[in-house]
Design a protein around this ligand. Structure first.
Ligand SMILES: Cc1cc2nc3c(=O)[nH]c(=O)nc-3n(C[C@H](O)[C@H](O)[C@H](O)COP(=O)(O)O)c2cc1C
Length: 332
């Protein structure tokens, strides 16, 4: 039998059986499918629920929260670029206490599986925000659940000349450990920056400090100049912004590929530039257990839900019963 015939038969069996299993395991967390709304692009609460049934997504990662309210950067904060966008929102947020009081209930009411992203400006801040999260969680209930905490180390460390935590394996490990001390009950994922010489080393530090997964990647450092004004375009000035969208897909694929090669069994969430099923599958075949969608949601608020459907259709058409069959396939 030719390979084309074999593939056709497989596809036919999957269609007849109708039982594609999209479930995804990220460390100890099992999700019904691998599609996540990425941090910062789905609001703090159930904003996306107007467009997408949030309980149909693998999980919703909320915008990063600090221990205290944070105003973010001056406007302008976003700028279109070829193949993507730059943002300098600067982690604006209400602080963890207000979020627990005002937002989490609405999000859990949607039935979503929630990943709480946290950040800090010094190591101790990570422990504080995590402790307040742990203390406040039992007060809020709903059909949904909080399944993990994402430690966003892609932010400036004021104790290290404002160098990003994620640019240092030691600072990354300290932040991940601090969140574990503050909130020992939740699995930890570490959200890393691609702007490092050896990403596998940083990922290893995060795993070593107790992270069950790493989320790869946060935005790529960038800067844009407003030629008419002869000035840096974003309000953050010389600090620039973070590049996201289709332009960064190969950066994310490379990051996932390298970390999967170094850690064959560890949890990896791939994020960066996914707009369609092909981009998501590139990340899965590079080794991602789940896939985040960020900037695509800003263009089309239904992008995450569409991707779940597209993955299911792709599996049926290819005779793939579970994404586990193709996860890491690119490693040969
Ligand atoms: C407007 C905007 C805000 C973001 N805010 C956060 C954030 O608060 N925390 C975080 O970890 N990542 C944040 N990100 C990064 C995204 O979660 C994602 O890692 C990145 O944009 C790459 O994925 P994408 O190309 O699909 O957007 C933000 C991205 C954008 C575009």
């Amino acid at each position: 039998m030719s390979s084309a015939t074999a593939r056709w038969r497989q596809a036919w069996h999957a269609v007849v059986a109708g039982d594609v299993d999209l479930s995804a395991a990220v460390g100890s967390v099992t999700l019904p499918n691998p599609v996540l709304a990425a941090s910062g692009t789905a609001g703090h609460a159930d904003e996306l629920g107007a467009y997408v049934a949030l309980d149909r997504l693998g999980a919703v990662v909320v915008k990063s929260l600090a221990a205290e309210p944070w105003p973010g950067n001056p406007a302008p904060r976003v700028r279109e670029t070829p193949g993507g966008m730059l943002n300098s929102v600067g982690l604006q947020g209400p602080g963890i206490d207000a979020w627990l009081r005002d937002d989490l209930g609405r999000l859990l009411g949607s039935g979503a599986r929630v990943v709480v992203s946290v950040w800090g400006r010094r190591v101790a801040d990570f422990e504080t925000v995590a402790r307040r999260l742990a203390d406040g969680l039992s007060e809020v209930t709903g059909p949904g659940s909080v399944v993990a905490v994402e430690v966003n180390v892609s932010c400036p460390n004021v104790e290290d000349r404002r160098r990003m935590f994620a640019h240092s394996p030691t600072a990354t490990a300290e932040a991940v450990a601090a969140v574990g001390a503050g909130c020992p009950a939740l699995p930890r994922w570490a959200k890393l920056s691609p702007n490092v010489a050896d990403l596998a080393e940083v990922a290893g530090a995060a795993y070593g400090a107790g992270a069950e997964a790493v989320t790869l990647v946060n935005t790529v450092l960038g800067l844009s100049v407003d030629v008419a004004r002869r000035r840096v375009a974003l309000g953050s000035g010389a600090a620039g912004g973070g590049l996201s969208g289709p332009a960064v897909l190969p950066v994310a694929v490379r990051s996932v590929f390298d970390v999967r090669a170094a850690f064959p069994d560890a949890g990896i969430v791939g994020v960066g530039g996914v707009t369609d099923v092909s981009g998501a599958l590139q990340l899965v075949m590079a080794g991602a257990d789940a896939v985040g969608v960020g900037t695509a949601t800003l263009r089309d608020p239904r992008a995450t839900a569409r991707l779940v459907g597209a993955l299911e259709r792709w599996c049926r058409a290819e005779g793939v019963r579970s994404l586990g069959e193709v996860r890491g396939a690119a490693h040969g």
